[in-house]
Design a protein around this ligand. Structure first.
Ligand SMILES: *Cc1c(COP(=O)(O)O)cnc(C)c1O
Length: 222
C-alpha cells in the first residue's frame, strides 16, 4: 500500500518523542513535492548536493532550516556560507579549516556535526572514531565554528547490527558530552534513515533523516 506524503509524516511524527527533530530528506525531489511536506508543518529539510541545495533555498521562505547532509567538498564551502542551519557532514580538518575561513570572512558562525564512519566502510565518508580527538582539538581553536554533535550513516544490516552501530555512536556521543571542550556541545545525535530510524530512536538519536519514508521511492534519473 502506498501512502500519501501527509499520511507518511503523520505516521512518523506519532513515533517521535518531543525532543527529536525530523529532517525530511528532499534530495532529487521537486519544489512542488517539498512544498507538500512544508504544508504539513515540516521546516527541516536535508539535501546532499550543494548546487541542488542552493537552487532550492531560493524557492522557500526563511522559516525553512536547511541541513547539508552529504559530503561537502572544500571548494564548495563558499556557496553555502550563511545559508544552512546545520552542516552534518564535516569529515576532515581540511574541510573544517575552510569552513572557519569562509564563515570568518563574513563574520558568521557555522553550526556543524562531525560525521563518523562507524562501520568503517570504504564506500562511505566520515572519519574513523579514533580520529575524533584530533578533529575536536582543531575545533577548539576555531572562532567561527560551533560543533553541535555527531552524525553517522551506518552499514545496511540486520536489526541487531543496526542497533550495535547506533549504540556505539551513542556511547561516543555521551563520552564527549561528559567532557568540556571549547566550541563543542553534544546537542544532536543525527542518525537513522527510512529503514532504520526506529532502531536509531531506541539508541538515543534525536535527529532522524528520512527521505523515502516521507516522499516515496527516489528516482535518480528524473
Ligand atoms: C539520502 C539520505 C538520507 C535519507 O535516506 P532514505 O533512505 O531516503 O530515508 C539520510 N541521510 C543521508 C546522509 C542521505 O544521503
Amino acid at each position: 500500500m502506498i501512502l500519501s506524503i501527509e499520511e507518511n509524516i503523520c505516521d512518523i511524527k506519532k513515533q517521535l518523542p518531543k525532543d527529536v527533530t525530523l529532517i525530511a530528506v528532499s534530495k532529487t525531489r521537486t519544489v512542488e513535492e517539498i512544498q507538500e511536506v512544508y504544508d504539513q508543518g515540516v521546516r527541516d529539510f536535508g539535501e546532499n548536493k550543494v548546487q541542488e541545495l542552493t537552487d532550492k533555498i531560493d524557492r522557500f521562505d526563511s522559516s525553512v532550516r536547511w541541513h547539508l547532509i552529504g559530503h561537502l567538498q572544500t571548494n564548495k564551502v563558499k556557496y553555502i556560507v550563511g545559508k544552512v542551519h546545520l552542516i552534518h557532514s564535516v569529515d576532515s580538518i581540511k574541510l573544517l579549516k575552510e569552513i572557519e575561513k569562509r564563515y570568518g570572512a563574513d563574520n558568521l558562525t557555522a553550526n556543524i556535526l562531525i560525521q563518523i564512519n562507524i562501520g568503517r566502510e570504504e564506500s562511505k565518508t566520515g572519519i574513523f572514531k579514533e580520529d575524533l580527538p584530533e578533529i575536536l582539538e582543531a575545533c577548539e581553536i576555531c572562532n567561527n565554528i560551533k560543533v553541535k554533535g555527531l552524525m553517522s550513516v551506518i552499514p545496511k544490516g540486520s536489526e541487531e547490527d543496526c542497533k550495535k552501530y547506533f549504540r556505539e555512536m551513542q556511547n561516543i556521543w555521551h563520552s564527549i558530552k561528559e567532557k568540556s571542550y571549547k566550541n563543542i556541545s553534544m546537542d544532536y545525535l543525527s542518525m537513522g534513515m527510512t529503514h532504520d530510524y526506529k532502531f536509531a530512536l531506541e539508541e538515543g538519536s534525536n535527529m532522524i533523516r528520512v527521505g523515502e519514508g516521507i516522499f516515496g521511492k527516489r528516482n535518480y534519473n528524473k
